[in-house]
Design a protein around this ligand. Sequence first.
Ligand SMILES: *[C@@H]1O[C@H](CO)[C@@H](O)[C@H](O)[C@H]1NC(C)=O
Ligand SMILES: *[C@@H]1O[C@H](CO)[C@@H](O)[C@H](O)[C@H]1NC(C)=O
Ligand SMILES: *[C@@H]1O[C@H](CO)[C@@H](O)[C@H](O)[C@H]1NC(C)=O
Ligand SMILES: *[C@@H]1O[C@H](CO)[C@@H](O)[C@H](O)[C@H]1NC(C)=O
Length: 372
Amino acid sequence: MGCGFHFFLYNAAFAVAVVFISSCLHQSNAKVHDHDHGVVADSKLGGCDFSRGSWVFDDSYPLYDTSVCPFIEREFDCLKNGRPDKQYLKYKWKPTACELPRFNGQDFLMRFRGKRILFVGDSLSLNQWKSLTCMLHASVPQANFTLGRKSDLSTFTIPKYNISVKIDRNSFLVDIVKEKIGSVLKLDSIRSGDSWIGYDLLIFNTWHWWLHKGSKQPWDYIQYGDNIQNDMDRLVAFKIGLTTWSKWVDSSVDPALTEVFFQGISPTHYNGEEWNESKSETCKGQTQPISGSTYPGGPVPAAAIVKEVLSNMSIPVTLLDVTTLSQLRKDGHPSIYGIDGQNGNDCSHWCLAGVPDAWNEILYASLVTSTA
Ligand SMILES: *[C@@H]1O[C@H](CO)[C@@H](O)[C@H](O)[C@H]1NC(C)=O
Ligand SMILES: *[C@@H]1O[C@H](CO)[C@@H](O)[C@H](O)[C@H]1NC(C)=O
Ligand SMILES: *[C@@H]1O[C@H](CO)[C@@H](O)[C@H](O)[C@H]1NC(C)=O
Ligand SMILES: *[C@@H]1O[C@H](CO)[C@@H](O)[C@H](O)[C@H]1NC(C)=O
């Protein structure tokens, strides 16, 4: 019979992998409302600030069942890793001034039929990319998809819609170059940019790696102009690097062809004082979001830098302003149900299904309102 399930997983960094799931359903079961844009077009969303609001319990969530997202990474699959509580799956982000439109994967696929989407950034980009691909697959589970990886670039496609959603793993956006003296982080050089041209939608992110020190710091020196130093204030370095990125966008992206987003700073939860618990508390064992719409710990300084740099650009870049809404979700991280299990405590990435689904709901709402 034609109900095939073929899985070829890549086993080397440079191998091309293809995962192919063929249809187990009859075509007649495929419910693709190709002309159903009504839900979206009728929503009154213009002018609503999606970044302000609160989390409300909603039993219709999560948006997808992770166990039927066949390509979920182990590191995000908290239920499979043994997380016992499930209430964290049941929250919807409710902006104060409006409702977010419910994510409509089939509408998304119709809008992006024949288009190319690229996420560029670190593992938080991977978190959001994985969420979006699971959301799209869940909306057309009967449709074939492909998933491949070549070096730092992973590509997810749904051939029926000729849509591709890729991720380029690039932690700083600006370059790290191996030189005689060692690895040099070049704050004013962005050679990878050439490979980001020609997409319909670009979603950038960088932040977490700017903080890494010691064995997790992948460079030996920082260079800016002719000035090479051992280290510098990391927020200052981040601002210079992000400004280099912003100038690259302004000079290299054609806004008539490409829509650009910046995925806002994703917060961590390693210090309970931020939410009025003791300093030693982390995301571990947290099962409830913070109620209301303000985070006691205050803003993340890097988020202000992002806003400042974006505000000074000549090409419009939409900020997915997810910082505050994510700060409220101290319950949303893998903690000991991540890749390292009990040996780790991941309060930086997010369980899937979970918080990045809301980031994608905001991405969807922004796309819908900007083209409505
Ligand atoms: C999925 O791909 C398989 C293998 O190429 C093909 O035989 C099948 O018809 C496809 N199914 C759909 C629903 O397109
Ligand atoms: C698929 O989309 C690409 C652009 O992403 C386009 O060049 C190509 O012609 C499309 N193919 C089909 C069969 O529509
Ligand atoms: C947290 O503590 C601060 C300072 O002590 C206080 O102003 C605030 O009301 C507290 N917030 C909550 C949610 O308890
Ligand atoms: C904004 O851009 C202008 C022109 O490139 C520059 O002179 C100015 O310093 C920038 N301001 C900020 C806040 O980055």
